[in-house]
Design a protein around this ligand. Structure first.
Ligand code: HSE
Length: 433
């Protein structure tokens, strides 16, 4: 049996503490699986505060980069978070000193993944990041190892547990957005700054990693069109239910004739679809590929134990001696991403308008769509519930057949210009699977 693998963990938040607990709890089976003992030897965190457990058995470092470079560890685990700063310098220090590193930091990977992969490859070490995408779902290794024999045409899914939790709670309990977000924070799902979750940046970071793995392209988060969920109202949730949809924040990367389209946005998915059944903090990733056809992985997308599961999986792979290029092919062989602009996106749209109740309003809206050959699947105008007097504005909901984003944007700009709207239009893309 090979020698003990000494692990250093930097960052003792929800995930860091869960990694310590999991390595201790599974010590015997980790030893059997890796063919060697695995133990946490040292830890690093900003403050030496009370963390609800005894940490005296571990060597303590105040600076993550010092831990990363220490000869007292063989493998460095970064769970600090943040795209730059201490997380970046510590991972760089580990890789440069010839140690493999494991991270669950999607922001770091999205921004510096190419450089870090090159550094790992140059030093002949591994960089594991299974925990960076979709929490406990093993999608990184699925794409990198198990689907290596496939040409992938699309990868998409629910990649943020906080947003899925919020949207699920809003629908099930008819609770406002803010209440549901506070609950997600209390449960430890949200990022330190939850605007990363609700604004879509967290999903975009994860999607950029999946795109690179799926299409063999360089990680390019700047090429992603991003919209978050903060403008989704209970009116949209109710309309979705009535029309046979459910709203999910999706990240989608798709090979199109114009290049790779990458987008993150609230999406209407058919209520009967598999992805619509994924509720709460769960994540789901669907991969469309030539040999395997369609593959969907569903599991917990956030939370300490689930993410620790992915981190420990990476530790075991490295303990066994796995040293694959982090993105499946050497970083230098990854192709620049040919970006398909969102204006060329083709699909159906849900549009909710608040329309002044005046003669000709509905006809003008329909005309603006028809001018651009946008075909309407349905148009519903309804008096708001509880209103008995003639209301100033009424909700009008349109569902379009497939059209181009550019045409929809032009049509809506023209509708706004006609002066019939009491509020800016709401637009949600439809993904039919
Ligand atoms: N805040 C993230 C989420 C954590 O809600 O999915 C996992 O990356």
């Amino acid at each position: 049996m090979r020698h003990l693998l000494r692990v250093g963990v930097a960052g003792l938040g929800t995930v860091g503490l869960a990694v310590l607990a999991l390595v201790e709890r599974q010590a015997a089976s980790l030893k059997a699986r890796a063919g060697r003992e695995i133990a946490i030897a040292a830890i690093a965190a900003k403050e030496r505060k009370e963390r609800g457990r005894d940490l005296s058995a571990f060597q303590w470092f105040d600076e993550p980069a010092k831990l990363a470079a220490s000869p007292d560890i063989d493998l460095f685990v970064e769970l600090i978070g943040g795209a730059d700063g201490a997380a970046l310098s510590a991972v760089e220090a580990a890789l440069s000193s010839g140690k493999s590193a494991v991270t669950a930091n999607k922001a770091l990977l999205a921004k510096h993944g190419m450089r870090l992969a090159e550094l790992a490859e140059r030093n002949g070490v591994a960089l594991g990041f299974e925990g960076s995408v979709a929490g406990g779902i093993p999608v990184v290794k699925t794409l990198r190892e198990d689907l290596a024999g496939n040409a992938i045409s699309r990868v998409y899914g629910i990649l943020n547990g906080t947003c899925n939790y919020i949207l699920s709670r809003m629908e099930a309990e008819h609770l406002p957005f803010g209440v549901c977000l506070a609950e997600a924070q209390k449960l430890g799902y949200a990022e330190a700054d939850p605007s990363f979750d609700i604004g879509g940046a967290d999903t975009a970071h994860k999607l950029s990693i999946l795109t690179a793995l799926a299409f063999g392209t360089r990680v390019d988060p700047e090429a992603i069109a991003v919209e978050g969920i903060k403008d989704i109202s209970l009116a949209d949730i109710d309309a979705a239910t009535e029309l046979g949809f459910r709203i999910k924040l999706l990240g989608v990367a798709e090979r199109t004739g114009a290049g790779i389209e990458q987008r993150v946005h609230p999406t209407m998915v058919p209520r009967s679809s598999a992805i619509a059944q994924v509720m709460g903090v769960a994540n789901a990733v669907t991969i469309d590929a030539d040999a395997v056809k369609e593959l969907t992985l569903i599991g917990p997308g956030a939370g300490g134990e689930a993410t620790a599961s992915a981190v420990v999986g990476d530790i075991v792979a490295i303990a066994r001696g796995l040293r694959t290029p982090p993105f499946g092919v050497p970083a230098a062989a990854l192709k620049p991403l040919a970006r398909a602009p969102i204006q060329m996106h083709e699909g159906g749209y849900y549009i909710r308008l608040s329309v002044y109740d005046r003669p000709g309003a509905a006809a003008a809206i329909a005309a603006r769509m028809a001018e651009r050959s946008i075909s309407l699947e349905s148009i519903v105008q309804r008096r708001p519930p509880g209103e008995y007097e003639k209301p100033a504005a009424v909700p009008v909901i349109l569902i379009t057949h497939a059209t181009y984003e550019k045409l929809i944007r032009e049509a809506l700009a023209a509708v706004v210009g006609d002066g019939f709207l009491a509020e800016p239009p709401q637009l949600i893309r439809i993904e039919r699977g």
